[in-house]
Design a protein around this ligand. Sequence first.
Ligand code: FES
Ligand code: FES
Length: 151
Amino acid sequence: MRIALTVNGESLEAEVWEGESLLYALREHMGLPGSKNACEQGECGSCSVLLDGVLVCACLVLAVQADGHEIVTVEGLGSDDALHPVQEAFAMTGAVQCGFCTPGLIVATVDLLARVPDPTDDQIREALSGNLCRCTGYAKIFDAVRMAAGS
Ligand code: FES
Ligand code: FES
């Protein structure tokens, strides 16, 4: 079936099958591979996007459920000329190693700071608890969130 949605401020249409995930549609039909597919089971958060402003795992949302809705992916943050402050903070603090978790963590951090501009460590821990990273040990990710909160 054909779906029409707004992604990063742009109206897009795609032909999808009924069981296809939003993540698959973004990556394979809409030219937006920033959201990563690591588990496809809602466990890792690497596919995190905002759906009508709510943080979701795109692998758990059917593409047809996104029909008529507004999506923001990691590609929709920042601009061609400048990184989003959260992206900048992740780069500056060395919170990126293999980078596979990074898009999801950045989207989740943007969501957190929109709700809680100056989060405590416990609030950061809670907000990012759905985003797994196998590389960094999380310390530099916390540094990145704290830096972005202060920027
Ligand atoms: S790929 Fe969606 S939560 Fe892991
Ligand atoms: S940087 Fe490799 S999984 Fe997080």
